[in-house]
Design a protein around this ligand. Structure first.
Ligand SMILES: Cc1cc2nc3c(=O)[nH]c(=O)nc-3n(C[C@H](O)[C@H](O)[C@H](O)COP(=O)(O)OP(=O)(O)OC[C@H]3O[C@@H](n4cnc5c(N)ncnc54)[C@H](O)[C@@H]3O)c2cc1C
Length: 387
């Protein structure tokens, strides 16, 4: 094989796929290479919450752009997007204060949010516990997607738009030569492109292992659970609770955030396991519950192991039950997810020999930020900002 592309994207997760999408929209000839039969990284293991409300100002802008892009694609092809809004539920006066402050910040940014009283929250979110809820902040424009479906459907759609996808194809090496970058794959093919974009998620052992080991990237391991389908029960949108209010970057921009964080116990299980409690109803009526965060540097990824901790699951369940009296907390599935992030910056970007671009480490904001970020990044990489 010796096909020549304008761009080859390595990695069929959400970040790579949206880069391919925007490059196609610019009229470029694009291929996507994915090592697995179908993507099965962070992009299919997550909650599917598209929540610009939780991001700092820079990423909220990318997230808002992502909302438009998801809706635009959904209007042409069903990729499982549902606009049901996101709600942050406060459990005490300090969290209420943060909600009020975030509401003001979003007013100033012209991003719609509505403060809900305790009663409105109880009315709109069935089985929410009266002894938990104090107030809520609702973002009506935000959407949810089904992570186990979305990326596969998006690939199908992009194939009809002219994208070439090669599954079960691991990229083993990239060589910059005079006539473009030559990509050597596990199928023993060489594919040539003007530019290569590597969106390898948290896979650091194949391409440029030394570069990644020396970088500030780290990997987070998350535990997730899914209940059995809830009978005659409907929970709409993304539900984020008090611990998320304390954890999400958006709230760090609130005036009282620092003082409230300073009062938190440093040695709690919440801190030890990085737990915050999220709920989202899946298409089969079950509730997805999570999550926890354990971290390791790139050179030490294997220390994260492949077991899920029963203690963490039990803790998440115990905390969830303080928030919602769900009809059932019987668990049908448990899984682990891994994503990469930078210790000190919001994303990892590195260019080799002008035409090999690495973009990864988008952290916990990939389903929200990737579509918007990659639009700007394709313009930057192909120098199209002013085109
Ligand atoms: C449990 C969990 C919950 C989350 N919840 C949310 C949420 O609700 N909202 C949100 O915004 N974000 C969420 N995130 C974060 C989000 O899922 C990630 O930021 C995002 O999926 C990262 O996408 P990615 O494309 O960078 O990585 P991945 O999805 O891991 O994709 C990388 C792909 O590259 C492929 N690859 C790697 N190396 C090669 C190679 N050499 N050759 C070919 N292919 C290769 C891999 O096989 C993989 O398919 C969550 C993450 C987890 C784990």
């Amino acid at each position: 094989m010796n096909i020549k592309y304008d761009l080859i994207v390595v990695g069929g997760g959400v970040l790579g796929t949206f880069h391919a999408y925007h490059a196609l929209k610019k009229g470029l000839k694009v291929a996507l290479l994915e090592k697995d039969q179908k993507p099965q990284g962070a992009t299919v293991r997550n909650f599917g919450q598209v929540v610009p409300s939780g991001m700092n100002t820079k990423w909220q802008n990318f997230g808002r752009e992502s909302l438009k892009i998801y809706q635009e694609i959904q209007s042409e092809f069903d990729i499982s997007v549902r606009q049901e809004g996101s709600i942050y539920l406060a459990s005490n006066e300090k969290e209420v204060q943060l909600l009020e402050e975030l509401h003001e910040i979003n007013n100033a940014n012209s991003y719609t949010s509505q403060l809900f009283t305790k009663d409105t929250c109880l009315e709109r979110y069935p089985n929410l516990r009266k002894d938990y809820i104090k107030a809520g902040l609702f973002f009506p424009q935000e959407v949810i997607i089904e992570p186990r479906l979305m990326i596969h459907r998006l690939h199908k759609y992009l194939i009809t738009e002219g994208l070439d996808i090669y599954y079960s194809t691991t990229v083993l090496e990239c060589d910059s030569l005079h006539n473009g970058v030559h990509l050597h794959t596990s199928s023993k093919d060489t594919i040539v492109a003007e530019k290569i974009l590597i969106c390898n998620g948290s896979e650091f052992k194949v391409l440029y292992p030394k570069l990644f080991e020396e970088s500030e990237l780290e990997v987070s391991k998350l535990q997730m659970m899914q209940t059995k389908p809830q009978l005659n029960y409907r929970l709409k949108g993304s539900i984020l609770t008090g611990l998320s209010i304390r954890r999400y970057e958006a709230f760090a921009e609130c005036p009282s955030h620092q003082a409230i964080k300073a009062e938190e116990a440093k040695d709690s299980l919440v801190k030890k396991w990085g737990v915050h409690i999220l709920f989202k109803q899946a298409a089969d009526g079950s509730i997805i519950l999570g999550d926890s965060h354990e971290y390791a540097a790139v050179e030490d990824i294997d220390s994260l192991g492949f077991d899920s901790s029963k203690d963490i699951d039990n803790f998440i369940l115990q905390e969830s039950k303080k928030i919602f009296n769900l009809p059932t907390y019987e668990i049908q599935k448990r899984w682990l997810g891994f994503y990469s992030q930078c210790k000190n910056s919001d994303i990892f970007e590195h260019t080799i020999d002008k035409n090999i671009h690495i973009v990864t480490g988008i952290g916990g904001k990939g389903m929200t930020g990737s579509a918007g970020f990659s639009k700007a990044n394709i313009d930057k990489i192909f120098n199209l900002q002013n085109a």
